[in-house]
Design a binder for this molecule. Structure first.
Ligand SMILES: [Zn+2]
Length: 52
């Protein structure tokens, strides 16, 4: 049985302020969105918010 839930994920880059809205999969405490990096090349510094 899968515990995966589909969620809407909002990502905001802390470096340039760009916002992204993606669909992701939530598995327990981990969220998989396939998001790699911002257009400013930031790969790590984001604010992430989820809505189910
Ligand atoms: Zn950015």
């Amino acid at each position: 049985m899968s515990l995966t839930t589909r969620v809407k994920v909002k990502i905001r880059c802390r470096l340039c302020g760009e916002k992204f809205v993606l669909r992701g999969k939530k598995e327990k405490d981990k969220i998989e969105t396939g998001f790699r990096q911002c257009i400013c090349s930031n790969e790590h510094d984001f604010e992430i918010e989820t809505e189910s």
